[in-house]
Design a protein around this ligand. Structure first.
Ligand SMILES: *Cc1c(COP(=O)(O)O)cnc(C)c1O
Length: 374
């Protein structure tokens, strides 16, 4: 019998443990716990990685998305009541960032091919109040194609990427501002997350905004620091959404492993793709023209509960991303009566298999166990 964790953070960071401890010691000895050199370095690395002119490191991924929308409001680009198109099957944080700012989420159903927002439905959900689209690169697959890009340009919409799950992913067509293909730099602004379970995790909460828009970046930097543009001068009724210097130091270590992390996750995905042959299971599509980063490897089956407990009995732990879509959550009672064919189906059928800490042998073993399921 196998004994495979879905995710084990001790394993995840053990390769970097010595360097992480040295990074902590460096920050402790420096006596500088906010806004120091580590934070500057992290911002430089993330801007380079995403191909953007600016990066503002912040407290977490939700705050990165909240601050983007709040920043656009402060510089007069978005207003209360404006609509933002968001996938119906995302994690709730995407939607919270919109409603926290008194804007309106307009849900768009998912594609069963990409498991991302179905860009062919955009026409059906746009209204005269639509000002932005929030593509979510769910599970590490870029939500980006010419249709989305053309639609945004034609209708003069902002593109706010939720890049929480896809740092380092590459789309199949370039972004709106330049010939950059990397998620986090495809649209007008992006929210990135370093939550510990994400592909690049801090040892606590952290996030970052990446953008080419200088006005927005400047507003966000002030908003995240009490709305202060210089000391004891407040131009906005701001927040405290700063990143800890110690988390920035950890991330400067972790980011060096990004190519290795992507390579490992892609290898596990390709083993599952080759080896899983059970007809009751639908595998995620590996797109040859993109770089997916496999934050999750998500299969589908009508016999979800049975397969999950069967895997559990055979020593394989799994997870569900996500059992309840945001529009069905109690906090969004006003949307509970909505229905989306594919988002509802996915909520009932998806299972996430181990990826992060899974060896090649274990992935083969898991595939063999799944193939015996009937
Ligand atoms: C994790 C996540 C977030 C929020 O990031 P935090 O750092 O946990 O606040 C936002 N959107 C998606 C799609 C996520 O997976």
């Amino acid at each position: 019998m196998a004994n495979i964790d879905f995710l084990n953070l001790n394993d995840t960071i053990s390769a970097d443990a010595t360097e992480l401890k040295a990074a902590a010691a460096r920050v402790i000895d420096s006596g500088r716990f906010l806004n120091g050199e580590e934070t500057k370095q992290l911002e430089k690395t993330m801007a380079n990685l995403c191909g953007t002119k600016f990066c503002v490191a912040v407290s977490n991924g939700l705050d990165a998305l909240r601050l983007i929308i709040r920043g656009y409001k402060e510089i007069g680009v978005l207003c209360n009541g404006d609509e933002i198109i968001v996938p119906a099957n995302t994690y709730i944080a995407s939607v919270l960032a919109i409603t926290d700012n008194q804007l309106k989420p307009v849900f768009c159903d998912a594609s069963l091919l990409t498991l991302n927002l179905d860009t062919s439905h955009l026409n059906q959900v746009i209204t005269p109040k639509t000002r932005a689209i929030m593509p979510v690169h769910l599970y590490g697959t870029p939500c980006w194609d010419e249709q989305l890009q053309d639609f945004a340009i034609r209708n003069n919409l902002l593109i706010i990427e939720d890049n929480a799950q896809a740092i380092g992913a590459k789309a199949s067509t370039c972004g709106i501002n330049n010939d950059n293909f990397i998620t986090g730099g495809l649209g007008h602004a992006a929210g990135n997350s370093f939550y510990p379970t994400k592909n690049i995790g801090a040892l606590g909460d952290a996030g970052a905004v990446t953008t080419d828009d200088e006005k927005l970046a400047t507003a966000i930097r002030a908003l995240a620091n009490y709305g202060s543009d210089y000391r004891y001068h407040n131009i906005y009724q701001g927040l405290n959404c700063r990143i800890d210097e110690i988390q920035a130091a950890f991330l400067n270590v972790r980011l060096q492993s990004l190519p290795k992390i992507i390579q490992h996750r892609s290898l596990i995905a390709s083993i599952y793709d080759n080896d899983i042959s059970n007809k009751a299971v639908v595998k995620p599509v590996i797109f040859s023209n993109m770089q997916q980063v496999w934050h999750q490897y998500v299969i589908r089956t009508a016999k979800r509960d049975e397969l999950r407990s069967y895997l559990n009995v055979h020593g394989v732990s799994t997870d569900i991303h996500y059992p309840t879509p945001p529009y069905k959550q109690p906090c969004y009672g006003q949307y509970n009566s909505l229905a989306f064919t594919n988002a509802d189906l996915l909520a009932h059928e998806v299972i996430s298999l181990p990826v992060a800490n899974c060896s090649e042998e274990e992935a083969k073993e898991i595939a063999a166990i799944i193939n015996q399921f009937h």
